[in-house]
Design a protein around this ligand. Structure first.
Ligand SMILES: [Zn+2]
Length: 405
């Protein structure tokens, strides 16, 4: 693989470097984590020493991140309502944070009373779900700015709202949650050390981050500093002195969920060598994204093209394809009837007979969507297989790393 060094920036976790940006990545448009199309010319790199896939955090990245966060609007597609996730077993939807909390209930073993800090609380979706499930707890939220202060302080159970510097938070907590937060920090180990120092004895950390090996669209999110694998996430936790007591790639599809606890020996871990074929996985993921773009352009040339979904993948395709997208489709009743990127959001049943709708999700998710809407099958177009079959030129023929539990 050819690489070129554009910046002298060391690895965000192990300091080795400089890390070299992958040249072809700059040709892709990107998307913001609140689902808006974003510009090309991004830089991602893979650390040769520890295998961490990461953005190159130079001045350009910092400027972009500031612009993205200044305009940030969580779940604007549904007027602020939290995204619903669909169980592949029964097709029943529930708010994403509630599904997560129910799923980790056993791993967390929470008592009836305790103190929670939610880092990256946004407009309070996790705090709302947590308060419903654990009414005996006192809740606190942290966000980098004050925008949602009044909303957070008005939620049942919430006693404090913190903003600004994570290291300046006082008090101690029995559980600290970071849902889609850790990947936004350019110094994840330092932030986790601050959090560790606020944990009460026996306290837990619950982390959820995107799983780019299961969901290549994560790689084109412009404001993500780190693209974790189960192994690099465990390494980052270990460096901060947090041991992993539970880790899952299945609890919420396309996400890595982890529960950690301060290591009893009080030690901080060392950096493990690369955990497997990170470069091969990233190259294959970029190949897959390029294939989907080609597929979408070919479909648009033949007739009206719809895109299934109004989150990251939908925003990315909308930005790349611009006027070639005729409409979006979503199963979430909070989104149907609204507009996304200036296009109408239709319910699946309203897809016009002459249209084709691309379902831009990795294999199992796309297959489950097609199965839920069997009657529409001829109008729904599935993407190339992901993960690619063994034998793909960019997937080294090695066993994947074991998932640490
Ligand atoms: Zn590294």
């Amino acid at each position: 693989m050819t690489t070129e060094t554009r910046d002298v920036v060391g690895c965000l976790v192990c300091g080795a470097g400089p890390v070299a940006a992958l040249p072809r990545y700059a040709r892709f448009r990107r998307v913001t984590s609140d689902c808006r199309p974003w510009y090309k010319d991004g830089k991602i790199a893979i650390c040769g020493a520890c295998g961490l896939v990461q953005a190159v955090i130079d001045r350009g990245f910092e400027d972009e991140a500031r612009r993205i966060y200044d305009a940030y609007e969580v779940y604007h597609q549904s007027g602020g309502q939290e995204q619903r996730t669909f169980s592949s077993a029964d097709g029943i939807s529930s708010p994403r944070s509630e599904r997560l909390l129910r799923g980790v209930q056993q791993a967390l073993g929470l008592p009836e009373r305790g103190r929670l800090l939610d880092v990256g609380c946004g407009n309070g979706n996790l705090l709302r779900s947590f308060g419903r499930l654990h009414p005996g707890w006192t809740l606190a939220g942290f966000e980098y700015d004050q925008r949602h202060r009044a909303t957070i302080e008005g939620l049942p159970g919430v006693t404090r709202f913190h903003s600004g510097d994570l290291a300046a938070i006082d008090g101690s907590f029995d559980l600290v949650t970071l849902l889609h937060a850790l990947e936004h920090f350019p110094d994840p180990v330092g932030q986790l050390r601050s959090i560790r120092s606020r944990l009460a004895p026996g306290g837990r950390i619950l982390v959820q981050v995107p799983d780019h090996a299961h969901n290549p669209f994560d790689l084109v999110i412009a404001d993500h500093c780190v693209h974790f694998s189960p192994a690099t996430l465990a390494t980052v936790m270990g460096r901060a002195g947090v041991g992993v007591t539970f880790q899952s790639r299945d609890l919420i599809p396309r996400e890595i969920t982890l529960v950690g606890q301060v290591r009893p020996d009080g030690q901080e871990g060392t950096v493990a060598p690369p955990d497997g074929p990170a470069a091969g996985t990233v190259t294959a993921a970029l190949d897959w994204l390029a294939e989907i773009l080609g597929q979408a352009r070919a479909l648009a040339a033949r007739g009206p093209l719809g895109i299934f979904g109004t989150s990251i993948a939908g925003a990315w395709l909308g930005g790349e394809l611009e006027a070639s997208v005729a409409f979006f489709v979503d199963e979430d009743p909070d989104r149907v009837g609204r507009r996304f990127l200036g296009r109408e959001i239709l319910a699946p049943a309203a897809i016009p007979a002459d249209a084709r709708v691309l379902v831009p999700f990795p294999g199992p998710t796309a297959g489950a969507i097609a199965a839920r809407h069997g009657a529409l099958a001829p109008r729904l177009v599935l993407p190339p297989a992901w993960p690619p079959a063994a034998g793909h030129p960019h997937i080294p023929q090695e066993e994947p790393p074991p998932c640490e539990r």
